[in-house]
Design a protein around this ligand. Structure first.
Ligand SMILES: [Zn+2]
Ligand SMILES: [Zn+2]
Length: 136
């Protein structure tokens, strides 16, 4: 996994960090999101490693292929929907702390995700911000 990109994100609405150092995935702070899955409310934690699909559920069930409504745990705003995935679920976006957007499909188990930069310097900054050691 050397050279894996780590994604540190914040809420596009309130600007607060979504990283939770108390819940670790891939040995790193996780991305902490409030979620609603099939009428249950809870938390979903995603790995900050780009391309890792490790996640944790708290208070909600890991329902295969269910669409997760995702909200900011700080301000409660839903994350903006950018487009519709091939699987028909909404694709939502989180803001990268260095600039740019990570877009993920909200269907549990769908692996569709992408990074988007409106400014090429943001991409450069992301790569610069990666530590040199990577994950071993
Ligand atoms: Zn927020
Ligand atoms: Zn999808």
């Amino acid at each position: 996994m050397t050279g894996s990109i780590k994604i540190l994100v914040k809420c596009p609405a309130c600007g607060k960090s979504l990283m939770n150092p108390d819940v670790r995935l891939d040995d790193l702070p996780s991305i902490d999101l409030e979620t609603k899955i099939e009428k249950k409310s809870g938390r979903i934690y995603l790995s900050q490693v780009y391309g890792s699909y490790n996640k944790k559920f708290d208070g909600v069930d890991d329902v295969e292929a269910a669409i997760c409504s995702l909200f900011c745990p700080h301000c409660g705003n839903p994350f903006p929907v950018y487009q519709t995935c091939e699987c028909k679920a909404p694709i939502v976006g989180f803001q990268l702390q260095v600039g740019g957007t990570i877009k993920v499909c909200s269907r549990n188990g769908c692996k569709n995700h992408s990074l988007e930069f409106t400014n090429v310097n943001d991409a450069f900054e992301l790569f610069q911000s990666q530590d040199k050691t990577g994950l071993s």
